[in-house]
Design a binder for this molecule. Structure first.
Ligand code: NDP
Length: 281
């Protein structure tokens, strides 16, 4: 039976690692021709190997090394995809990062340079890629899925200020872009993940792999933080992205945020500190 992405061409940014790599694998297994991209050549090679190990032929994927915060990187990514596959049906704006402060400052003490870099990767790269892919996606009546975060919802983040701001901006951009682009047949939606085991927190806090693993294990074991009782895995988010990218599954969903967080955004601090102790007494 043909996969649901048979005949479709997809660019998945940030697919040299984590959620993006898993999404590229899922899309390719379901028939898509995929462009895998990131800056780090070693990580890109791991993605290439993962696709080959999954039985995906080299003719059905393309690896492009590019920094998508630059206009030339965006042009390279789109140009090489069109050159190899001839069209574009799906853009997954997944690449993102919480930029570590060079002086280890936290909260609103972090410098404007951290703010600017954070906006560049999480928001400006999405604006650039959306504008540049627009004519190609209009031709195919394509789909865009942006990857935001639960940090964008209405809660304060005292440790970090700019990453949540960037993801909130991305959510609002998605709504505006969705109205604008649906008149050309292009759908735009967003997935907002909770905590997912990837390389993200290692980069965010400068942790070792071991420190990150302890964090994910501790969070997963704490139902006041993650009610479902385990930390998210990249495939949870990849499957949600696939649902939003597949027009048969989600045609009538336009400009929405799908939260995939094991219930994290449903619990408040009062559950952890007061109500849980009452329910245990
Ligand atoms: P990873 O750190 O594992 O992967 C991030 C990816 O983004 C990498 O492939 C990296 O590629 C790419 N990337 C970062 N900066 C650039 C750049 N300037 N140009 C090109 N590529 C870039 O993190 P995740 O898989 O977790 O992150 C995926 C998305 O999910 C992000 O948008 C993140 O904000 C979001 N998210 C993650 C959560 C989590 O708990 N993990 C929670 C909520 C949201 P390379 O290093 O090769 O450049």
């Amino acid at each position: 039976m043909p996969g649901r992405f048979e005949g479709k061409v997809a660019i998945i940014t940030g697919s040299s690692n984590g959620i993006g790599r898993e999404t590229a694998l899922l899309f390719a297994k379901e028939g898509a021709q995929v462009t895998v991209t990131g800056r780090n050549l070693e990580r890109l090679e791991k993605s290439r190997q993962a696709l080959l190990d999954a039985g995906i032929s080299e003719s059905n994927f393309l690896i492009v090394s590019a920094d998508i915060t630059t206009s030339s990187g965006q042009d390279k990514l789109i140009g090489e995809t069109l050159e190899k596959f001839g069209k574009l049906n799906i853009l997954v704006n997944n690449a993102g990062a919480s930029i570590k402060d060079p002086e280890n400052k936290t909260g609103i003490s972090q410098g404007l340079d951290v703010y600017e870099q954070t906006m560049k990767i999480n928001v400006e790269s999405v604006i650039g890629l959306t504008q540049k892919t627009r004519p190609h996606l209009a031709k195919t009546k394509g789909d865009i899925v942006n990857v935001s975060s639960i940090v964008a919802v209405k809660a304060g983040w005292s440790l970090l200020a700019y990453y949540p701001m960037a993801k909130a901006a991305l959510d609002q951009y998605t709504r505006s872009a969705a109205i604008d682009l649906i008149s050309e047949g292009i759908r735009v939606n967003t997935v907002n993940p909770g905590i997912v085991k990837t390389g993200f927190h290692e980069s965010e806090f400068g942790w070792s792999a071991e420190e990150a693993k302890k964090f994910y294990d501790d969070m997963g074991a704490n139902r006041s933080s993650i009610p479902v009782g385990f930390t998210g895995r990249p495939e949870h988010i990849a499957k949600t992205i696939a649902f939003l990218a597949d027009r048969d599954s989600s045609e009538y969903i336009i400009g929405q945020n799908i939260v995939a967080d094991g219930g994290t955004t449903l619990v408040l601090g009062i559950h952890a500190n007061v109500l849980n102790s009452l329910s245990n007494s």
